[in-house]
Write a protein that binds this ligand. Structure first.
Ligand code: HEM
Length: 530
């Protein structure tokens, strides 16, 4: 690791020099509308030869923590600083909406929380956030455990079927397996529907994957041709997409109808008393229908469910994928994690109490999220003009953001910033236990685990927005604790039973990105029974 003060000051000096040089260019390009914001003029090939967030990291080291990226007629402001990120996401959150992201997701999620306009969002967030109550999460432990057990049993059976001998092993694409596991969990936790995707394939599962695939295609395709009149009828992939949406929507409509028809006053009472553990169906859909009565609008409910299905599936699968990828390259950390699980779990069942004793596994999950944040970029568009505060370089205060400016808050850059993390590219779960002072960075409160007492996992508050795995401010992820607990349970149960190693060298695992960072051809691993 070379994150010493020398390398920091060298790169700062380099940045200052480049900033000055690019100021001239900025003024020429923007007519001065964004002050003297540095401009990154990358080669177009930079943007297409590798995932965009890699190039944005290189530009960040070169141009500083707030710069403008111009390609073609389009320009984005890229933010890689916690103080500026905090301003956009929390302090002045309602001056921004989801911009390009909402354009892409609206056809899929409708008026769901992620793309929703401000008025709809305010109304729905008030209904949805209370659904993720602590007791609901505790009740979900059973879903997390049952589904993970199904995955573990599947692997055990596969091993059983494999020849004989002491060194029996199986080779599996764990990314695909985690994807099925996360889909099953989200189906049961959000609308009490068992996709059963770990063991079978159904038209609904195929439609969910088809929809995710299309969302990814849209997020990386430059021209939104799907908006052209007739595109949905003429372009074969758009026709397929419409078909997939219909399959999922019909399934969700059926579940909503059923939830409304089976609403029972006794369940409502249990919900009101937060008696989740005695509810047969503790899903969010049950909560929304029971607590709001049958008058709740079906199409809004469907958009909410679809949003959570999409938002909570690939993201969680990716966290598990990268956790295993990182652990497999660090056998001593893998052993430490296994020892922890063995002592917390023994031969018993996973419970909420066990989870509290899985401190190291929890840190592995957040460290994987630091190195591979999902999504790597948060997208915003200015609804009104704004002035950004000074970031890490105090001299950069006062950039003007005109109405309509598109902004990427690069979580990837923040999480790997050499100015806020020691050895930023290294897998070091223990780093979250160490307190860091603000080191003279004006406006940044430093890193202090005691700032969020009782939290099971490090979050944006203890790091004052240097660590943003679930965003921050009012639009922060509603499913953060659900996802973290789910990932902890699944990883712990896997490591409890199996030794895992990568099938090929780590370099052969290529990254691609859409909404999440995932592999190009799967995370192929070799599993042996412990
Ligand atoms: C929003 C990450 C799992 C539902 C977000 C945001 C991030 C995020 C970064 C903020 C986006 C922004 O500010 O533009 C993740 C990660 C997950 C995860 C990394 C898994 C490890 C889940 C799960 C659910 C969920 C399991 C639901 C069950 C949502 C919703 C929003 C959201 C509804 C929109 C919130 C709003 O705008 O009010 N997520 N998420 N997420 N997430 Fe998650």
């Amino acid at each position: 690791c070379q994150s010493t003060s020398t390398s920091k000051s060298e790169s700062k000096a380099k940045r200052n020099f480049l900033d000055n040089a690019s100021n001239l260019l900025t003024n020429l390009l923007s007519g001065g509308t964004m002050g003297s914001m540095p401009v990154a003029e990358g080669a177009v090939s930079d943007l297409f030869d590798k995932p965009l967030f890699f190039s944005l990291y290189d530009y960040f080291l070169e141009h500083g923590s707030v710069y403008k990226l111009a390609f073609g007629p389009k320009a984005f402001v890229v933010v890689s600083d916690p103080i500026v990120a905090r301003h956009i996401l929390r302090e002045n959150a309602f001056s921004y909406d989801k911009g390009v992201l909402a354009d892409i997701l609206e056809p899929i999620m409708g008026k769901g929380l992620i793309p929703a306009d401000l008025d709809t969002w305010k109304q729905r967030r008030r209904v949805i956030a209370p659904g993720f109550h602590a007791l609901y999460l505790e009740a979900m432990m059973k879903v997390f455990t049952d589904c993970s057990e199904r995955t573990v049993s599947k692997f055990e059976n596969l091993l059983e079927e494999t020849g004989s001998g002491e060194e029996k092993s199986i080779e599996l694409d764990l990314e695909a397996e985690f994807s099925s596991l996360a889909l099953d969990i989200i189906g049961l936790g959000v609308f009490n529907y068992d996709f059963g995707s770990v063991t079978e394939e159904s038209p609904v599962i195929k439609a969910v994957y088809g929809t995710l695939f299309e969302a990814e295609h849209r997020s990386t395709f430059y021209i939104p041709y799907w908006k052209f009149p007739l595109a949905r009828w003429i372009v074969p992939r758009q026709r397929k997409f419409q078909g997939d949406l219909k399959v999922i929507n019909d399934c969700l409509d059926g579940l909503i109808k059923n939830a409304k028809e089976t609403r029972q006053e006794t369940d409502v009472e249990k919900l009101q008393q937060r008696d989740y553990l005695n509810l047969k169906d503790a899903s969010l859909l049950r909560f929304f229908v029971d607590m709001r009565g049958t008058d709740v609008d079906d199409s809004q409910l469907r958009d909410d469910l679809m949003t959570m299905l999409i938002a909570g599936h690939e993201t969680t699968a990716a966290v598990l994928t990268w956790s295993v990828f990182l652990l497999a390259q660090n056998p001593s950390k893998m052993r430490k994690a296994q020892e922890e699980v063995d002592s917390a779990l023994g031969e018993g069942k996973m419970t909420f109490e066990c989870l509290k004793n899985l401190g190291y596994i929890r840190l592995i999950i957040v460290e994987a999220l630091r190195l591979f944040p999902q999504p790597p970029l948060l997208i915003r568009r200015a609804l009104k003009s704004d002035v950004l505060p000074g970031g890490y370089n105090g001299d950069k205060a006062g950039y003007e953001i005109p109405t309509g400016t598109d902004i990427f808050v690069s979580v990837y850059n923040l999480h790997r910033s050499p100015y806020f993390w020691d050895c930023p590219n290294e897998f070091e779960p223990e780093r979250f236990l160490v307190q860091r002072h603000n080191e003279g960075i004006e406006g940044w409160a430093g890193f202090d685990p005691s700032r969020s007492p009782g939290a099971l996992y490090p979050n944006e508050i203890i790091s004052d927005f240097a660590f943003l795995p679930f965003g921050g401010g009012p639009r922060k992820c509603v499913g953060d604790q659900f996802a973290l607990m789910e990932s902890t349970v699944a990883l712990a149960m896997l490591l409890h039973k199996f030794d895992v190693e990568l099938k090929g060298p780590p370099e052969s695992v290529e990254l691609v990105t859409g909404a999440t960072i995932h592999t190009k051809s799967g995370l192929w691993c070799r599993l042996r029974k412990r």
